[in-house]
Design a protein around this ligand. Structure first.
Ligand code: DX5
Ligand code: ZN
Length: 226
């Protein structure tokens, strides 16, 4: 059982003109969240493996790569080569999920699967035993600054039940619309890793926003009875 809350600032919401300084401003976080968008699976284009290499040079934190792409089986190796520490692909577009997870593990990285808000948690049943982390989307992926979808709490409850029935405890990451205002409730419902895009990078003091989210999350752990 996780007894800590991890914060993963999403640099999609950072000021790209000052990426190095933005990365340093969140060095008190646990991971850096790197959103890959291909303009096909999601209606936006962000960055690919080239910029990931640059980001790796700008931080000592593990980089948590979230691939929102239509062809993860074809491109995931590029992100391993570029230094992804945690590599997440979407179940909705994976052709051979177990094969990808195996290859990610063979390279000594952590493997995660993401599902969109409209995907049933039960779709994870065949792969859950092999994962280091599950990413539950709490917005429809594509943009920072969207509103948290309340149905996420039901998704989290179902994921807890699925994990229990498999006797596994992958990390649970929540992505989209998370801030210090809802972090406690999200953690109480089972999240361990909170992604913060606009909540971190649109704030005056990024490091404080990270700490505030973590503190709120820790209150949620207490509500869970840990
Ligand atoms: C959304 C991305 C998120 C996004 C989060 O498609 O996957 O990681 O950057 O941004 P906020 O926290 O502003 O919703
Ligand atoms: Zn993301």
């Amino acid at each position: 059982m996780a007894t800590t809350v991890r914060i993963s600032p999403s640099i999609l919401a950072a000021d790209f003109l000052h990426l190095g300084a933005e990365l340093k401003s969140v060095s008190n976080a646990d991971f850096i969240h790197y959103d890959v968008m291909d303009g096909d699976f999601v209606p936006n284009i962000s960055f690919g493996p080239g910029i990931l290499r640059t980001v790796k040079r700008g931080t000592d934190l593990p980089v948590d790569v979230h691939m929102m792409v239509s062809n993860p089986d074809e491109v995931f190796r590029d992100y391993l080569d570029a230094g992804a520490d945690i590599l997440t692909f979407h179940l909705e577009t994976a052709k051979h999920a177990h094969r990808m997870v195996d290859e990610i593990h063979k390279q000594g990285r952590r493997a995660a699967v993401a599902i969109n808000p409209g995907t049933a948690v039960s779709a994870l049943d065949a792969i859950i035993d092999y994962l280091d982390m599950v990413l539950i989307m709490s917005v429809n992926p594509g943009f920072s600054g969207q509103r948290f979808i309340e149905h996420t709490y039901t998704q989290l409850n179902k994921l807890s039940a699925l994990c229990q029935s498999h006797s596994v405890r992958p990390l649970v990451e929540i992505d989209g619309g998370v801030s210090a205002a809802n972090a406690a409730q999200v953690v109480a419902a089972g999240a361990d890793v909170l992604v913060g895009g606009s909540a971190v990078f649109d704030s005056e003091d990024h490091a404080k926003a990270v700490d505030d989210m973590r503190q709120a999350g820790i209150r949620g752990l207490e509500m869970r009875g840990q």
